[in-house]
Design a protein around this ligand. Sequence first.
Ligand code: DGL
Length: 272
Amino acid sequence: MKQPIGIFDSGFGGLTVFKAIRQQLPQYDYIYLGDNARAPYGNRSFETVYEYTLECVRWLHRRHCPLVILACNTASAKALRTIQQKDLPHFDPSLKVLGVIRPTAETVGSYTGSGHIGILATRGTVQSQSYAIELHKFFPELAVFQQACPMWVPFIESGEAENEAMDYYIQKDVKALMAQSPEIDTVIMACTHYPMIQDRIRKFLPPHVQLVGQGELVAMSLKQYLDNHPEIAHSLSAGGTSEYYTTDDAAAFDQGARLFMEEPVASVRIHL
Ligand code: DGL
């Protein structure tokens, strides 16, 4: 029986993490689930993000995923801890759910020379303060500046990422972040959707500022986690397959996902 790694996001964004994970660990089987029907999560309440995320995680567990990655910062910020501490011990303590904030924070703090770091993220991630908290655990001296970008994911999820109107919002939010400190020299795309528009984010940043995505950081951290936990690595099946599921229209998902994965994607629509 297949025992795949489950990868979850509110929609398309988690594909940026999935792609990096699959490059790093091609041997495993994967199931990707995008909750496109209810995306974006970024402006939703704590309770709603938790409830939706838990439903998706349980669906992935029913599909025999012993390990699930929340490839979504909003879900990692608002739902991960409760799922790990409250829910998993009840339904099966051997199941694991990991997020994307800690693996990003533990590395990226070392990239800055000025000690001033900028975070671009959804409103939910910013409000949770998760990045500031996690970064300060590893790099207590850092000055962390955050900017919520509530319009970015709605454009991407609705297939309007190329729309010029989006530039207005990108410029506005990037400017607002940099206005908080001219010393910011490193900016984290702390939403897994943002690498899909990274060229346009870069366009509005001063040239000396480095723009960092999470995909490779999360992939490297997962590899290390599996090296350190051979019992979990051995519970995974290694057939090298990828399956895609969405809670919305499958044809629309395939079209969007294909562009990003650079290969044909054939998803199946599910009802949670
Ligand atoms: N891609 C997700 C994140 O990393 C969710 C964005 C959203 O659904 O608003 O935050």
